[in-house]
Design a binder for this molecule. Structure first.
Ligand code: IPE
Ligand code: IPE
Ligand code: MG
Ligand code: MG
Ligand code: MG
Length: 295
């Protein structure tokens, strides 16, 4: 379980994030049903790990995360959109998410698709309208966020994941799928925080390597929990991967093998964190949390 300092950090930034995006939505004049379905999934209570990584990455090099808030909200909105679409009948066909009915079950499929589209596009608007960011910062952040979330990133990974159903894939192929579908949004979190806090190019380079391993750790654990987790804690169905005949780490390596592989990634992550001069930051504890989480 996470240690005390990390637990306090998680609680504090979850609240800050919620306050900040709620204030954005209060000012937003859009069709009522659309707003409701966007907020339904955002408010459903995800762990907010990507925004928290972004803040921790910022704080490894700087102080006062105000400048990082719009990127953190944008990232959580894109992550939430990816989950709404991931749960659709045409994709993983899941009925529960974050302990509640999935968006298409609560509303309908068309509304869920549009809520996802709206969360995606509004995220860029938020960054571009942030008065705390310079024009150069906005360009760099949107460039990275589009790359991480689009065809070269998360969406690309989702299609590879789909195509790998019912197939037997190599460890290398699985690493590529996981790095894209999950790792790239995590990479954005790490990049954006360090970039906004003016980390050096070298530090960013090592941090991006760290983020690669952190993404793999995160998804291996997600795969493990899909086999051996508790539905109550996870807030989503266990056994979804087996039902969809997904290519996962436990399927390829067995449960013990998946855990051993995860440990190798943890060591690589630590190494790169050290090279990025961020060993003493909260990113270290977050790495352990990612690896050991039970939900
Ligand atoms: C689940 O992500 C989807 C994956 C990328 C594996 P999280 O486990 O972070 O989901 P929430 O945000 O807490 O619901
Ligand atoms: C989803 O991976 C990754 C996304 C880009 C949404 P999964 O399909 O394994 O996520 P869960 O298990 O449904 O949360
Ligand atoms: Mg999926
Ligand atoms: Mg899924
Ligand atoms: Mg999963």
């Amino acid at each position: 379980m996470a240690h005390k300092r990390l637990q306090a950090y998680l609680t504090y930034y979850r609240e800050e994030l919620q306050k900040a995006y709620t204030s954005c939505f209060n000012k937003l004049e859009i069709p009522g049903n659309l707003k409701q379905s966007m907020l339904y999934s955002l408010d459903a209570g995800g762990k907010r790990l990507r925004p928290i990584l972004l803040f921790a990455s910022y704080e490894a090099y700087g102080q006062d995360v105000k400048k990082a808030m719009s990127s953190a909200i944008a990232l959580e909105m894109i992550h939430t959109y990816s989950l709404i679409h991931d749960d659709l009948p045409a994709m993983d066909d899941d009925d529960y998410r974050r302990g509640m009915l999935t968006n298409h079950k609560k509303f309908d499929e068309a509304t869920a698709i549009l809520a996802g589209d709206a969360l995606l596009t509004y995220s860029f608007e938020l960054i571009l309208n942030d008065p705390l960011l310079t024009a150069d910062e906005k360009v760099t952040l949107t460039k990275e966020l589009t790359a991480c979330s689009g065809p070269k990133g998360m969406v690309g990974g989702q299609i590879l994941d789909m195509e790998a159903e019912k197939q037997s894939v190599s460890l290398e192929a699985m690493e590529e799928i996981h790095a894209l579908k999950t790792g790239e949004l995590i990479r954005f979190a790490i990049f954006a925080g360090a970039f906004l806090a003016n980390a050096t190019d070298d530090q960013v380079r090592y941090l991006e390597k760290y983020a690669y391993y952190l993404g793999l750790i995160f998804q291996v654990q997600d795969d493990i929990l899909d086999v051996s987790g508790e539905e109550e804690k996870l807030g989503k169905r266990v056994g979804s991967d087996e039902l969809n005949e997904k290519s996962t780490y436990p399927k390829l390596l067995g449960l013990e093998g998946a855990i051993a592989q995860k440990e190798k990634y943890v060591q690589q992550a630590y190494e790169n964190l050290k090279l990025a001069d961020a060993e003493d930051s909260l990113l270290k504890a977050l790495t352990d949390y990612f690896s050991e989480r039970d939900h």
